[in-house]
Design a protein around this ligand. Sequence first.
Ligand SMILES: [Fe+2]
Length: 240
Amino acid sequence: MIDLHTHLLPEVDDGSDSLEESASIIAQMLESGVSDIVLTPHFVRGLYQTTYALKKSKLEQLNSFLHDQALSVNIILGAEIYLEPDIWREIEEEHLEIAGTDYLLVETGLYAFPGNLYEILSGLLKRGFKPILAHPERYADIVRQPQLAEDLIQRDIILQANSGSFLGYYGREVQKTVWEMIKNRFIHLIASDTHHIWDSYPGSQAASAISKYFNNDLTRLLMVDNPRNILSNRRIELSY
Ligand SMILES: [Fe+2]
């Protein structure tokens, strides 16, 4: 499995608080069959604005700590970008894309989409970025109206569900929404959005539940093939 959304770069956001914590979470993920992890610290104007230089040095520290612990995993730098008008400036200056690709992981207000959401997203598309909306199933607007997901897809927005949503970790409404979305093929990839250690890594349980309800091919597409294509900066199919 490839996990494209995690908060495991220590001390830069509300995720992992130390190298030790990151290493124990990564050990748990390795045991669950994860081979590649994208670190996506929050980038929120006025709240979390860690510079690229600091993130790079923390990435190096983490890599050497993992090496000392004999934990072999491919870790890649990205960000989870809170959408704002003109956010492309920070994206370009601070290299907020998923390393080496045109793909961006983005988020917005959980309780209400901003009125200019489509405008901001189309501005990013025009600049050649490929936005991936994190956990669409958690947005109140989509819970009320899952068809909004189709609207986003038609505008070339990629949708990333959280594995915990399939298991009810964010409540029944979100769980109902994500299953409805996957039935309609409105999900393009699944990631964990891990902040801290789990009782058990939700990726494995979500994979079994999806394989049981649908089939292994769909699980593979959403947890291995599409994430791998994103990391290789290849196109993924939005309608399938
Ligand atoms: Fe996140």
